[in-house]
Design a protein around this ligand. Sequence first.
Ligand code: RM4
Ligand code: MN
Ligand code: MN
Length: 408
Amino acid sequence: MMNDARIQVFEAHQRSRGIELEAVKQTLKGLKIETPSWGYGDSGTRFKVFKKAGVPRTPFEKLEDAAQVHRLTGMSPSVAVHIPWDQVEDYGRLREHAESLGLRIGAVNPNLFQEDDYMFGSITNADQSVRRKAIDHLLQCVEIAKAVGSDIVSLWLADGTNYPGQADIRQRKHWMEEALRETYQALDDDMRLLIEYKFFEPAFYHTDLADWGMAYNTALKLGPQAEVLVDTGHHPQGTNVEHIVAILLDEERLGGFHFNSRKYADDDLIVGTTNPYELFLIFYQILAALRDDRRPSVQKTAQRIAYMIDQSHNIEPKIPAMIRSVLNVQTYFAKALLIHWEALSEAQADQDVLRAEALIREAFEQDVEPLLQVVREEMGLPQDPMQAFFESGYLEKIQERGIGGASW
Ligand code: RM4
Ligand code: MN
Ligand code: MN
């Protein structure tokens, strides 16, 4: 039941802050967050994969679980796939299955890190036949994207070395650029290649695409259909991720996000659990770009950002973990929508440091739950998607799948 008094208090409070709630609600209703097929499967650390009962056994069942998240949150109509984890004989059938569930298939992620051949690298391997094999996989993923009706191929390259002197870093860079050029050329005009960077792991000395600058430089060389993907867990400690976001927006090359939380490394925990202020500040930069009427092309970049989740649920039940993640993204997005932009511009023009900081923090501290309740009601969604999921009987139903579902 909606708590009317709480909503009235919220609305009155926002009115007194000078916030136009209708526009905020409209923007909130448009927020879409893609969930990853691999987040529904079993995963673990290098020490252990805990096998859970009820985990999807096939890509088709992963889509069925993802459909629950969308049904209850109204925010996740697309699902990213990873090839070969989600390899099927007939991609037309996979697409139809997604559509029958009210979903579509989103980013296609080539996997260039699990074959023995790739021990010393894939598209940067000194062995020409391994490079060829890796490029062929990239090309196959472009074709799969076309077959499932997706316009995004999203590449994280695991290539790197463990020791100084192990390989010729500059030669590898050229091989990588060659491979990505060939991949880029296979894209249809309306497709995008997202390039995801990460500073370490599985390699520990150097990684061929280690940071946003390398990813951006590569995208720039490839052309306008290549953009950078920011995974929030892929930076050294202390990195100002929202600054990177602002720069990539301004350069019109921010293609998408992999949201997740981290405390130490690439922890892939439920988004918003460790550093919610960072998530909020990322949205602050995006909303600022969306409002920048002087720069229509930056606005366009901000409008088509692909928001995706990239998590591994090692110990927690996967579907509710995904629901929590989607709801957390929505919460911190909603808070950023409550920034008082005009007051902020004035404070910045006056170089009023304390007021500017206070305006940002004040938005972060707003309780947006009443707002989200109204939005959910207007969208015909359950007031409490988490509770609705636990009451739906779906978790009990999938127990019949038994133990031994999909895992990497
Ligand atoms: C990587 C990276 C990729 C993800 C793989 C499984 O660290 O985040 O996006 O696809 O993990
Ligand atoms: Mn990622
Ligand atoms: Mn990662």
